[in-house]
Design a protein around this ligand. Structure first.
Ligand SMILES: O=P(O)(O)OC[C@H]1O[C@](O)(COP(=O)(O)O)[C@@H](O)[C@@H]1O
Ligand SMILES: [Mg+2]
Ligand SMILES: [Mg+2]
Length: 335
């Protein structure tokens, strides 16, 4: 008899007790994210058929042209979380400011704030290349029943209670951690349920894949240029293979399964890099560390960086531990 594959719903309930703050609130929150993921997945899968591709004509706080799917995914996640009265605040890559959810109502006992990148890899939407959604969850630090404040969102990544992503690719997967390892669930579209397909995911300590937009090479710091040269040298298990999808979630997911490193460094064009600390780097760094990987800005552990503003960007290096340490050594050597 084939063994029972756990659904995400079953996994959440069975693992709730393992969570130190378990009151069921976080379980309900992850269940809400699961629901929103299915709604967005449905729309992503028919991109091209329905009027969901292309730009809306607005520019977001990041200075980027908002894609219709950015706006759609943003609305669906915010609606789903707000309607279920499951969080006291939301911050999104697509929203200028954080959203307080009737947190000033003293009956409002919700303790969690959620930070989301509703659609990651926006440049790939129209060309049928995998994209994702990224989420990060913290316990508020201001008292329950009082208005949620910026402070509740500007917590160090090490304070996250949960983080994860959804990758809308050849299959749709939800991968997350609550600080007790990383597990991946694949959506069975026929049944509409996520099943535990990738238990206890781990980055191999080493790998032979490097992911960086080499088109920006001339603008990179010397240390990054030297590391790229190192990856391309005919020596030992090198040259490594260059793989860059242009969707952080998808590049991270592949590197976690096969072993590899993703780098979005600072450059003369982007002195702080491109990726957002709160919506992209902190959640991916928490997942990486929970999966035996590593994440830094080349010098400091991402999870130790004290955020100072909602949409700040940081240089990002993430992946197999030995590869990240090698890249850091190249960056620190050229100081
Ligand atoms: O096109 P570039 O400069 O290489 O940037 C690609 C990177 O930017 C991102 O698309 C940024 O994320 P968004 O799509 O959410 O803005 C990452 O997913 C990706 O790794
Ligand atoms: Mg993104
Ligand atoms: Mg995005």
């Amino acid at each position: 008899m084939s063994h029972k594959i756990q659904t995400l719903g079953e996994f959440i309930i069975e693992n709730q007790a393992a969570f130190k703050y378990s009151s069921g609130e976080l379980s309900r929150l992850i269940n809400s994210i699961r629901l929103a993921a299915k709604v967005v997945n449905h729309e992503v899968n028919k991109a091209g058929l329905v009027d969901i591709i292309g730009a809306v004509g607005d520019t977001n706080i990041q200075g980027e042209d908002q894609q219709k799917l950015d706006v759609y995914a943003n609305e669906k996640f915010i609606q789903t979380l707000t309607k279920r009265n499951i969080v006291c605040g939301i911050a999104s890559e697509e929203e200028d400011d954080f959203i307080a959810i009737n947190s000033q109502d003293e009956n409002h006992q919700n303790k969690y704030v959620v930070l989301i990148d509703p659609l990651d890899g926006s440049s790939n939407i129209d060309v049928n290349v995998s994209v994702g959604t990224i989420f990060s969850i913290y316990r508020r630090i201001t008292p329950v029943g009082t208005p949620v404040t910026l402070k509740d969102f500007l917590q160090k990544g090490s304070q996250q209670v949960a983080a994860g992503y959804i990758v809308y690719g050849t299959s749709t997967m939800l991968v997350y951690t609550t600080g007790a390892g990383v597990n991946g669930f694949t959506l069975n579209p026929a049944i509409g349920s996520f099943y535990l397909s990738h238990p206890n995911m781990k980055f191999p300590l080493d790998g032979n894949i490097y992911s960086i937009n080499e088109g920006n090479y001339s603008h990179f710091p010397q240390g990054v240029k030297n590391y790229i040269k190192y990856c391309q040298e005919e020596e030992g298990d090198r040259p490594y293979t260059s793989r860059y999808i242009g969707s952080l979630v998808s590049d991270f997911h592949r590197n976690m399964i096969k072993g590899g490193i993703y780098i979005y460094p600072q450059s003369s064009k982007n002195p702080n890099g491109k990726l957002r600390l709160l919506y992209e780097c902190n959640p991916m760094a928490f997942l990486a560390e929970q999966a035996n990987g590593k994440a830094s800005d080349g010098f400091t552990r991402i999870l130790d960086i004290q955020p100072i503003e909602l949409h700040q960007r940081v240089p990002f290096i993430c992946g197999s531990k030995n590869m990240v340490e090698k890249a850091e050594a190249f960056m620190q050597k050229t100081l």
